[in-house]
Design a protein around this ligand. Sequence first.
Ligand code: ATP
Length: 336
Amino acid sequence: MSKQRIAVIPGDGIGPEITEATISILEAAGFQAEWVYLEAGLGAVDKGKPPVPQETIDAIRDIGTALKGPTTTPSGGGHSSANVTLRKALDLFANVRPARVLPGVKTVFGDRNLDLIIVRENTEDLYAGIEFMPQKDTALAIKVITREGSERLCKYALVMAREQGRKRVTAVHKANIMKMADGMFLDSFYRVAKEFPEIKCDDIIVDNCCMQLVTKPEQFDVLVTENLYGDIISDLCAGLVGGLGLAPGANIGENCAVFEAVHGSAPDIAGKGVANPTALLMSSIMMLRHLGRHDIADKIANSIMRVCSDGKCLTIDLGGKASTNEYKVEVIGQLA
Ligand code: ATP
């Protein structure tokens, strides 16, 4: 039988370090793949190529599954975001970001339980990239929300909730102010929700959602939301469960999927060998489940749980002293 092919984008900053650790652990757990390395981000731009070269897009489209390290996007100018380009080019419309407290990891609210999933729209909203200046010192950015995009996303979130036995899906919006754009998103949610009578469907305004997430996060199960709110809320939730080093993600399209951590390229710690690879590793667990390899996914997830609850080999972001490599060796050692 030929090996499963997986596209790999190591990315920028801490990307290559955490990608190496993740792939070593996947292989040690028994996942044999043909890793097809591709360029994107600063590395590509520095060679005079676009942030996502066409050959990278074509290869992921052909292979169907990619594991991606973070890529750097400069603020205020410079090259466009490789993430946004990839998500649009491959029509990766749903960004799935689970936030779960791991045993042994200290969180801002003690040992309270939190296990929710954010499903973020991934191609529309202010990320459509339509910005212009009609006159000096006035900049306009266009927010794009479509009925088709909203219904497709909400349906994905509700199907996922049904498959995972989740009980509640909450749409997050600001329809009291953006009555047309967010109003249509909300209306789309409730239209689709009619097909899922067994799931409690409700909605919340984004600012109240943030307050509730900080004070009573356990009440939420699945949050489905637009692109920008989803971006902000998922960092908030990453903070709740112990930091960006623990927040995985999946970008899902009709024909391909790209798995990547929520965090960025962390240039402040790049090259120091101290980055926490868990978020990318947990993204690779989502990839394994997507590929139906639940056996290996369970093996790695259990090992992460053991290492975290043991608490002796945690990376610096989690209050430990372990390097990326020491953590990798420990996770491999705990694979049962
Ligand atoms: P980018 O511009 O690529 O988004 P950034 O530094 O603005 O980079 P993040 O990379 O998300 O944003 O990092 C935010 C903070 O979290 C930084 O202090 C970074 O060191 C820390 N951080 C992010 N990811 C990790 C990780 N995997 N391990 C340890 N610390 C991390």
